[in-house]
Design a protein around this ligand. Structure first.
Ligand SMILES: [Zn+2]
Length: 386
């Protein structure tokens, strides 16, 4: 693990895409500090201009924009904003088969509360599991297949339904890495997806890496031809707003959103309802990049002035993972296969697979909202949740 200088402001080293320091602070803090209210006001005007252009181009069609849902709290903030600005929204969800019953409840609550149309895409489960297996084996990642399929599907739907605008919520390289600035005109492109979503691994390389797949699978992965993108904008809402993630996510409670009670972070809203995000996926983040999502959440809260830095700087003391359900319930791995993986692939982080952390995070950092004891069911393939 490379030693990286901590940021003087948020006191972390957590960054995927930008490890530069700017006079001692990280890119996210540097950019956060210099944006004035006037800049945010201008950016919102820029956003309204994009909306009005989309409305002009969609005249006579059913939808002004597609919103790409994640089934977590962010969806409520985004869809609320789009509906308030008078856009006709089609909500699109791609099923990654990692959602728990809470996420399904929240997704159906979202489309019901805001009374918007939705499409859910369920990839072939058998093929999908084989892709996840391959992704884990080759790249220590379980999200590659989902991300590749997601981008393909969203643009396919936009093209089929002639929707002129596709809206994503948070832009992570902007918010958490400071790789870009608020005033940069960011647009999603084939390069963007390869660089920020697919770790530089093209779908062709991935599919040529030994996956046991049926012919035709590749068409679910490939980026649509350039001609399908003509006259279509693909934007990130966080590129145009202050994006106070914690505040706007907790506002989702007013719309009937149910928060999660995840291990390994204090944030009950971002990626709430995932069976893997704060479990195996986070453990792989520690393995691959040297920091957990907890570091990102902590940095965000310190940057926004809501929390002090922790006395304990070794965040691994707060972590305890249980990847067994993913192997047993999702991949259907044998017990000996699971043990092999632990010994050979997770050996450097195996000490974090334990019943309880050394220090209880909940006691150190009180949750903003009291948690009820929920009986959450993981890996729910599909459920009508309200
Ligand atoms: Zn910082």
């Amino acid at each position: 693990m490379k030693e990286i200088v901590k940021c003087d402001q948020c006191h972390t080293t957590a960054s995927f895409f930008n490890r530069h320091r700017y006079a001692g602070v990280c890119g996210a803090c540097f950019n956060f500090n210099k944006v004035t209210p006037a800049v945010y006001a201008q950016r919102y005007q820029d956003l309204l201009h994009i909306f009005s252009e989309a409305k002009k181009r969609s005249r006579g069609k059913q939808y002004d924009c597609i919103y790409v849902a994640r089934a977590d709290a962010e969806d409520f903030f985004c869809v609320h904003l789009l509906v308030q600005e008078g856009l006709s929204v089609l909500v699109v969800l791609t099923n990654n088969y990692f959602l728990n019953d809470l996420a399904w409840h929240n997704f159906h609550q979202l489309v019901t509360y805001f009374d918007v149309d939705s499409v859910t895409y369920n990839p072939n489960l058998h093929t999908y599991k084989e892709l996840v297996r391959t992704s884990l084996r080759r790249y220590n990642s379980i999200y590659y297949p989902f991300k590749a399929i997601l981008h393909h599907f969203v643009l396919k739907i936009a093209s089929e339904k002639a929707v002129p605008l596709v809206v994503w919520g948070q832009c992570q390289p902007l918010e958490f890495d400071g790789k870009f600035q608020k005033t940069d005109e960011l647009r999603l492109s084939e390069w963007w997806i390869l660089e920020h979503e697919l770790n530089g691994v093209t779908p062709e390389r991935f599919l040529g890496s030994g996956a046991q797949l049926e012919a035709g699978t590749a068409r679910h992965f490939t980026f649509p031809s350039v001609s399908t993108g003509v006259n279509r904008e693909v934007i990130f809402l966080s590129n145009f707003t202050r994006w106070d993630q914690a505040t706007q996510n907790s506002d989702a409670l007013d719309f009937g959103f149910e928060p999660d009670a995840p291990n390994n972070t204090f944030d009950q809203f971002e990626n709430a309802g995932s069976s893997v995000y704060y479990q195996l996926h986070d453990l792989l983040r520690v393995l691959n990049h040297g920091f957990p999502k907890l570091a990102v959440h902590l940095a965000r809260e310190i940057r926004f002035g809501r929390r002090e830095k922790l006395d304990c700087q070794d965040l691994t003391k707060f972590l305890a993972y249980d990847p067994a359900p993913f192997f047993k319930d999702f991949l259907n791995t044998t017990t000996s296969g699971y043990r092999w993986f632990l010994e050979h692939r997770l050996s450097t982080v195996q000490h974090l697979i334990r019943e309880a952390p050394e220090i209880n995070l909940a006691k150190q950092m009180a949750s903003p909202k009291p948690l009820q004891n929920k009986n959450i069911q993981d890996f729910v393939i599909f459920k009508k949740g309200i």
